[in-house]
Each structure stands twice: as structure tokens, then as C-alpha cells.
Design a protein around this ligand. Structure first.
Ligand SMILES: *[C@@H]1O[C@H](CO)[C@@H](O)[C@H](O)[C@H]1NC(C)=O
Ligand SMILES: *[C@@H]1O[C@H](CO)[C@@H](O)[C@H](O)[C@H]1NC(C)=O
Ligand SMILES: *[C@@H]1O[C@H](CO)[C@@H](O)[C@H](O)[C@H]1NC(C)=O
Ligand SMILES: *[C@@H]1O[C@H](CO)[C@@H](O)[C@H](O)[C@H]1NC(C)=O
Ligand SMILES: *[C@@H]1O[C@H](CO)[C@@H](O)[C@H](O)[C@H]1NC(C)=O
Ligand SMILES: *[C@@H]1O[C@H](CO)[C@@H](O)[C@H](O)[C@H]1NC(C)=O
Length: 393
């Protein structure tokens, strides 16, 4: 019986290859047997939805295109998904809560409207030979993926990869990202490389052990790095950031350079980067549209090209920092936001927003109630701000 069925399928496959049909509706597969409903389709005009009871999805040999979505959700016994000839999914390719899925083989798949793969705790690798070169929105979270090999996109609107605890490397061919590029909570020390990326709207990276953005010229909105372990971050081509630029809690960072960066239209923030003593890699930075908010262990900070700061200026360090050059900047009207603070050798260096701090050591106040410490800190800030206002007058 099995072999008869196989023969029938082969016959269909053969006729399909010669003259596959365009199937003009949506399909829903409720059991493994239902797949045969598709067996003469070369192109599916609608969507294909796979139900919870299906244990294996092997798309017919002739199926090349699904015009709308391919959605497979909550099929708890599904282990294998194969689409031997599938080249294109016009809509969303959604795989969600497939707790046993181990194999995803689509050697010819090249184009997808969107990818949303969520909670695939047994999926270790992608088997794509051509590689997906087109997809506008990609969202991959909670998988066992160790690499994203097979995703070879050059442009994307969003590219979000989060909570994939075994993902140790992303090396993407992206040239631009229209909305956000977000790589967070994957393997600790993930190596993140974007060798061709020229511009992105928003960039957010966490847990990275190394980063590479050799061609990045512009971030249209914000770029932020929170909780990373890379020692060096360089942006050799970056000229402009449309909103804010921030490095927060990058605890191993010692060398940060963006030699061509001229403008940051929002806030430039460094906080809790506990080894960053020298900030000398921003030699072209001329204008900051928001605040400059640098707190840390700095012993040397140089911003030699700075001409215009629209927001407040806050530079605080637990290290021995010479504020003279910055006091001069303030006197010459470079800082227009009103409050100017520059202080070295502080016990706690605070950022303007929310009392963030890089402590040089344990503060004696720590024994007291936290609130008391905060009040002291805020008073100090207010005093410094007041002094700066007087200065400006
Ligand atoms: C990715 O696509 C580019 C062309 O867009 C090609 O040169 C490269 O070999 C592809 N890489 C992989 C791993 O398929
Ligand atoms: C960019 O990211 C910031 C902060 O996460 C967010 O407020 C903003 O809406 C994002 N902008 C775009 C265009 O996605
Ligand atoms: C972002 O900036 C780049 C370079 O100037 C530009 O080509 C692109 O259109 C901008 N993107 C958006 C979404 O505004
Ligand atoms: C950074 O790490 C801290 C402490 O581990 C955590 O509370 C916070 O949510 C993390 N933030 C991000 C954006 O990773
Ligand atoms: C810091 O990084 C830049 C760019 O990669 C490099 O040229 C420079 O030598 C590094 N400086 C130190 C002290 O390692
Ligand atoms: C820096 O670390 C301190 C203490 O862990 C925390 O209270 C503060 O919110 C952090 N700052 C930022 C900007 O995340």
C-alpha cells in the first residue's frame, strides 16, 4: 500500500514537473495524509497552514511557490520540515512552538516575505543551500541555532535575533536595515559581524564578544550597545548618527574609536563601561544635537573638534581627569543646553539619566539607606548644575 502511494506520488510529481498546476486557494493540513492534497501544485496562490497533529511536513516535489504564508504552529510531534523545490514564500514563513523540530531543509528557498521563527528549542541548524537572499522582516528567537548560515540577505526592514542561547556567531551580508537590527540575549560573547552594512535605522547589540562594522556610515536613528564584553569597538566609516549613540555596561571595553564621526543628533552616552579609561577615538566629532553624557573611569577624554552641543554636558569620572579643556569649551559657548558638569576623581561618576553610576570603589554611604545616597548624589548634581549656570552667566 505504501509503495503504491509512493508510485502515485511519483507519477504526480512527474506530471507536475512537466505541467504543475496553479492551485488557487488556501490549504490547511490537519494530518500527515493531507499533504497529498497539494501534490499537483507547482504554485499555491494562497497560504498553507499546518495544524497541530501533523508529524512530518514534506512538501511535494513540484511545489515551488507559496504566494502567501506558510504557517506551522504548535505541532508538538513535528520533527522534520522539507520543501525540496520550494523557492519562494511570498508572505510570512512562521514556525512557532515546534518543540521537537530538528530538521528544516529547503535547499532552494531564496525569497521570503518575512521570517518569524519562535520557540524551536530543538532546531540546531538550517539546511538551505541557495540561502535566503530576500526577506523584509526577520524575527528569530528561542531556538537552538548555532549559526544563521543560510540567511544571506542583503537588505532587511527588521532583523531581530534574540534568546538563541547557542548562537555564537552572526555574520550577515546585510547592506542596509530599514528599521531595526537587534541582536540581544544570544550566546554570551557572540561574534557579531556586519561586513557590508552601510546604513541602518536602529542598531542594538548585547552580549557581544566582538563586533565588526567596517562600512557602517550612517545610523539614521539610534545605535546602542548594552551589556557587551567586547574589548574593542571601531567604526572606521561612521559619519553620522541620527539620534543617540550609547555604550552602556560594556565591561571589557578599552578601545572605542569612530574617527570620522562628525555628528550625533541625539545623545552621546557612555556609562558603566568599567574599563574604559581613554576616550580619544572621536577626533572628528563636531556637533551633538542632544546631550553629552559620559560617566566612567576616564583618565583621558578628548573631543578636539567639538563645536556645538545643544543639550547638557555631563562628564564625570572616578579617574583623575583634567577638566580644563572642557571648562574652556563651556566658556566659549560650545555647550548650549545650559548645564555643564565636568568632574574628575569622583567617588561615584553619575550619568544624567537616572543616577547611573560607575563606582570607583564601594562608597561609604552604601551602609546607609539607598535613598539617602541618592539624595546626596542629586544634591551634588544640582550644585554642579547651578555652578555651571552661574558660570555661563
Ligand atoms: C551570499 O550572497 C552573495 C551574493 O549576494 C554571494 O556572493 C555569497 O556567496 C552568498 N553566501 C552564501 C554563504 O551563500
Ligand atoms: C529606534 O530605537 C529607539 C530606542 O529603542 C526607539 O525609541 C525608536 O522608536 C526606534 N526607531 C525606529 C525608527 O525604529
Ligand atoms: C538612512 O540613511 C541612508 C544614508 O543617508 C539613506 O540612504 C536611507 O534612505 C536612510 N533611511 C531611511 C529609512 O531614512
Ligand atoms: C543588562 O544587564 C543587567 C544586569 O545583568 C540587566 O538587568 C539588564 O536587563 C540588561 N540589559 C540589557 C538591555 O541587556
Ligand atoms: C584602538 O583601535 C583602533 C582601531 O581598531 C586601532 O587602530 C588602535 O591601534 C587601537 N588602540 C589601541 C591602544 O589598541
Ligand atoms: C549603571 O550601573 C548602576 C549600578 O549597577 C545602575 O544603577 C545604573 O542604572 C547603570 N546605568 C545605566 C545607564 O544603565
Amino acid at each position: 500500500m505504501f509503495s503504491l502511494r509512493t508510485l502515485a506520488l511519483m507519477a504526480l510529481a512527474f506530471s507536475g514537473a512537466v505541467n504543475g498546476a496553479v492551485c488557487d486557494s488556501d490549504f490547511e493540513l490537519e494530518s500527515d495524509g493531507d499533504i497529498s492534497k497539494l501534490s499537483s501544485c507547482r504554485e499555491l496562490k494562497g497560504s498553507l497552514v499546518v495544524g497541530e497533529k501533523v508529524t512530518r511536513v514534506t512538501l511535494p516535489q513540484e511545489l515551488q511557490t507559496i504566494a502567501k504564508d506558510l504557517v506551522i504552529q504548535s505541532a508538538t510531534d513535528l520533527i522534520v520540515i522539507e520543501g525540496p523545490s520550494l523557492k519562494k514564500i511570498g508572505g510570512l514563513f512562521e514556525l512557532r512552538e515546534l518543540i521537537r523540530l530538528q530538521q528544516l531543509t529547503m535547499p532552494k528557498l531564496a525569497e521570503v516575505g518575512g521570517i518569524r521563527w519562535v520557540t524551536l528549542p530543538n532546531l540546531r541548524e538550517l539546511q538551505f543551500e541557495t540561502g535566503i537572499t530576500k526577506a523584509s522582516d526577520v524575527y528569530i528567537s528561542d531556538t537552538l541555532l548555532q549559526s544563521l548560515q543560510g540567511l544571506n540577505l542583503t537588505t532587511a526592514n527588521t532583523f531581530v535575533v534574540a534568546n538563541n542561547r547557542y548562537l555564537k556567531q552572526v555574520d550577515l551580508a546585510l547592506k542596509s536595515v530599514g528599521d531595526s537590527l537587534d541582536i540581544n540575549f544570544n550566546a554570551k560573547g557572540i561574534e557579531a559581524s556586519f561586513p557590508d552594512l552601510v546604513w541602518a535605522m536602529n542598531v542594538s547589540l548585547g552580549d557581544a564578544g566582538s563586533i565588526s562594522f567596517p562600512k557602517l556610515q550612517k545610523v539614521n536613528s539610534s545605535i546602542s550597545f548594552v551589556n557587551n564584553t567586547f574589548e574593542e569597538a571601531s567604526f572606521p566609516a561612521l559619519k553620522e548618527v541620527g539620534e543617540s549613540l550609547s555604550f552602556i555596561s560594556c565591561t571589557e571595553l578599552t578601545n572605542l574609536t569612530a574617527p570620522k564621526l562628525e555628528s550625533v543628533y541625539g545623545t552621546f552616552m557612555l556609562a558603566n563601561n568599567t574599563k574604559l579609561e581613554e576616550v580619544k577615538g572621536f577626533q572628528s566629532l563636531k556637533s551633538v544635537g542632544g546631550a553629552i553624557d559620559l560617566s566612567g573611569v576616564f583618565t583621558e577624554v578628548e573631543l578636539p573638534a567639538l563645536e556645538d552641543v545643544r543639550g547638557t554636558f555631563n562628564l564625570q569620572s572616578t579617574g583623575e581627569l583634567d577638566c580644563e579643556p572642557f571648562n574652556e569649551l563651556d566658556n566659549s559657548g560650545v555647550v548650549q543646553g545650559g548645564t555643564f558638569t565636568c568632574e574628575g576623581s569622583k567617588e561615584v561618576a553619575e550619568s544624567t539619566e537616572g543616577g547611573a553610576s560607575t563606582g570607583g570603589g564601594k562608597k561609604k554611604d552604601d551602609d546607609k539607606k539607598g535613598a539617602a545616597g541618592t539624595i546626596t548624589a542629586n544634591l551634588a548634581l544640582v550644585a554642579a548644575a547651578g555652578a555651571a549656570v552661574l558660570f555661563a552667566l
